[in-house]
Design a protein around this ligand. Structure first.
Ligand SMILES: *Cc1c(COP(=O)(O)O)cnc(C)c1O
Length: 355
């Protein structure tokens, strides 16, 4: 279906904004034959570390692997418990479970849709090894509180920053995990991810783990243990280096669209917008009539995303998180969308509420 306002529009962004730059990057990489772990990956890692404010960055295959490899590098194993956000994309939990550990879910604050930091301490047991806060939709968890609890109980902090680029700066957790899935703030043209850290050990471990836990020495390949093939593709890295040049502009545009929604949607029906700071991965609204609104907007040619993750039954979802899953809707905020498209969304939401 052809939407008047699609949630994202990669084709339009390519054709109208990025084509000459991306085509040039493609041509350069293809002519050089630079495909696996080449200089575009290295450059991207340097630029990402600088942007985030860490000593190191390591490009990996995707955000899920960034979480997987971080947990492994940090020594999380079978029998460990990892305290994390109940309201998150399933990948966060998969990474924990695929390391043999058990996710312990913290309920969600209606105010900012992040985990309730004050509930963390009561969930700590002798098996707890790590806290894995999720910085959702461009909002950042209260790291003062989290670092305090972590220090007090000697726990590792691994941050799921897959939706937090531009918002998570000078981080204090042991490692941050990033996704460059196309719809993310910094989107590649396929799958891509990275970790950032100030810890040399973690840096070295993840660098080896992403490449079969292997280090090259004097022409030999030394395998330290069982690793993975999860390398950031060099062509994607070249594209990401282009996208990085546009990051400031794109964040600003997302912000501008958010302000248009703030103004346009204030005082309409029961619609609430959670507290958001200055970075927008997505613009989320909360309404009791979420499903009807989503359906109505779809009929008007507007694509939205229900912020609803239905997990397998063995995951017990706490109360607020259930409510958020039934009431939260993500509105289109891709930087390539123009003002008349955003005004159209506002108009149609107003129309829905006054029926
Ligand atoms: C996107 C996302 C991931 C997974 O990233 P992929 O690159 O798709 O593997 C993990 N956690 C959160 C919060 C995400 O939004």
């Amino acid at each position: 279906m052809q939407y008047k306002v699609p949630f994202v529009d990669y084709g339009k962004q390519y054709l109208e904004e990025l084509k000459p730059y991306l085509d040039y990057a493609f041509h350069k990489v293809m002519s050089a034959g630079d495909l696996i772990l080449r200089k575009d990956v290295e450059m991207f890692e340097k630029r990402l570390a600088k942007l985030v404010g860490t000593k190191y960055a390591v490009g990996v295959g995707n955000g899920t692997d960034a979480l997987m490899l971080s947990l492994k590098a940090a020594g999380i194993k079978s029998g460990d418990e990892v305290i994390t956000s109940a309201h998150t994309f399933f990948a966060t939990l998969e990474a924990i479970v695929n390391n043999g550990a058990k996710p312990v879910l913290i309920d969600t604050d209606f105010d900012d849709l992040l985990l309730k930091e004050e509930d963390i301490e009561s969930k700590i047991t002798p098996n707890t090894k790590a806290i894995l806060p999720v910085h959702l939709a461009g909002n950042v968890c209260n790291m003062d509180l989290i670092m305090n609890v972590a220090q007090k109980h000697n726990l590792i902090v691994i941050e799921d920053a897959c939706q937090g680029l531009g918002a998570v700066k000078n981080p204090r957790g042991l490692v941050q995990c990033w996704s460059f899935f196309p719809a993310k703030i910094l989107g590649s043209y396929g799958d891509a991810g990275a970790i950032t850290t100030n810890d040399e050990e973690i840096y070295k471990k993840v660098r080896a783990l992403r490449n079969h836990n292997m280090v090259k020495e004097k022409g030999s390949m030394l395998f330290y243990g069982t690793g993975f093939n999860s390398r950031l593709d060099n062509l994607q890295a070249a594209f990401l280096n282009i996208k990085l040049d546009f990051l400031k502009k794109h964040l600003k545009r997302r912000n501008k669209i958010a302000r248009m929604y703030d103004t346009g949607l204030s005082g309409i029906g029961d619609i609430k917008t959670p507290n958001q700071r200055e970075t927008y991965q997505d613009y989320i609204i909360l309404t009791q009539k979420r499903d009807e609104l989503c359906e109505y907007l779809k009929k008007q040619g507007i694509e939205t995303l229900k912020d609803e993750y239905v997990f397998p039954p063995e995951y017990e979802i706490p109360e607020n998180t259930k409510v958020v899953g039934q009431t939260a809707l993500r509105l289109p905020i891709a930087p390539i969308l123009n003002n008349s498209q955003i005004n159209y969304v506002v108009k149609k939401i107003r129309e829905f509420s006054s029926r």
